[in-house]
Design a protein around this ligand. Structure first.
Ligand code: PEP
Ligand code: MN
Length: 347
């Protein structure tokens, strides 16, 4: 940003601004023109900084010249970020298919689901062990036992897994087991959790908060990136609108917007994005067509009996059918399917 000093401002006022910048960990570069003095601010600024600087004596105006998010922006890094999880590369030319139940319920349930989604073409397993619940009376997950079941399913099927971490204190434990740590929509602005997952050497998937703007979402990404963790994936999971027919409104437009503003991979989640199983397939196809790097789909052996999110979960059969529908859409936008393409490569 640029700080423009008033015409009649004093040297003392200029020094005051420079001091404020230094205190905030920023550097100011002064340019004294004939008409006015301008300070170019370099460093990690934040939106509130503008108001703070504008209040200082001698300051005429503050002009933002770059976006508030920096490390996540295309300006900072023009080429796409790719995140490696075992043999899977997120953000490359292959589509990433993540599938599994909302919550891990039992060994049988997670293993049967892992086998079914792998056979149909998924490359990453999902399942919640620590579940965020709007109501405290809902199922809140099996905790550590759930992580052990996911690890068992990974050992049996070879599928890496993603699972949610709810609190900063749980980060170490979840990172011990999981291949990707998920930060859920309800925690998108849990800044101490963001700081903590920013310090681990494991990929993180940051879901968009249900009422978050794209800029707020990218600023949350900035928390993780600025702690040093650059293995970051974003996930559009629907936002709250006036519409009540669906659980959320999947913001398809956010996908190409993110691809334009940021170098980070973005996954579409039509399960939470719609809340209804029969809307999952059409919205999954739309997310892929809009340029998503992958999709995350909730799948359950018996959606009717699921402890969580059964209404938006696909049966094994429906998931398999979806995978068949996704392939031509992926091809149309220049993406390869994770499994088919491996066969084609002779890998
Ligand atoms: C989930 O992925 O199961 C989940 C709880 O999602 P969200 O945080 O988007 O509601
Ligand atoms: Mn769910």
């Amino acid at each position: 940003m640029l700080v423009v000093m008033k015409k009649d401002s004093s040297e003392q006022e200029l020094a005051g601004v420079m001091q404020k910048l230094t205190q905030s960990g920023l550097t100011g570069h002064t340019s004294k023109g004939v008409e006015r003095t301008v300070i170019g601010v370099v460093g990690q600024t934040y939106p509130e900084m503008r108001d703070t600087l504008e209040l200082l004596p001698g300051v005429d105006e503050v002009i933002p010249i770059s976006k508030p998010y920096k490390l996540s922006s295309r300006e900072f890094q023009p080429e796409n970020t790719t995140v490696k999880v075992g043999d899977v590369v997120l953000g490359g030319d292959k589509l990433t298919i993540i599938a599994g139940p909302c919550a891990v319920e039992s060994e049988r349930q997670i293993l049967d689901t892992a086998k079914a989604v792998r056979a149909a073409g998924a490359c990453i397993l999902r399942g919640g062990a620590f579940k965020p619940s709007t109501s405290p009376y809902q199922f809140r997950g099996l905790g550590k036992q759930g992580l052990e079941m996911l690890a068992m399913a990974r050992a049996e099927t070879g599928l890496p897994f993603i699972t949610e971490v709810l609190t900063p204190q749980d980060v170490e434990l979840v990172a011990e087991y999981a291949d990707i740590l998920q930060v859920g929509a309800r925690n998108m602005q849990n800044f101490s959790l963001l700081d903590e997952v920013g310090k681990v050497n494991k990929p993180v998937m940051l879901k968009r908060g249900m009422s978050a703007t794209i800029q707020e979402w990218l600023l949350s990404a900035e928390y993780i990136l600025s702690q040093g963790n650059r293995q970051l994936i974003l996930c559009e999971r629907g936002i709250r609108t006036f519409e009540t027919y669906t659980r959320n409104t999947l913001d398809i437009s956010a996908i190409p917007i993110i691809k334009k503003l940021s170098h980070l991979p973005v996954i579409g989640d039509p399960s939470h994005g719609t809340g209804k199983w029969y809307l999952v397939a059409p919205l999954a196809l739309a997310a892929v067509a809009a340029g998503a790097d992958g999709i995350m789909i909730e799948v359950h052996p018996n959606p009717d009996q699921a402890l969580k999110d059964g209404a938006q979960s696909l049966t094994f059969e429906n998931f398999e059918q979806l995978m068949q529908q996704v392939a031509p859409v992926a091809a149309a936008v220049g993406r390869r399917m994770p499994i088919e393409s491996e066969e084609a490569d002779g890998e």
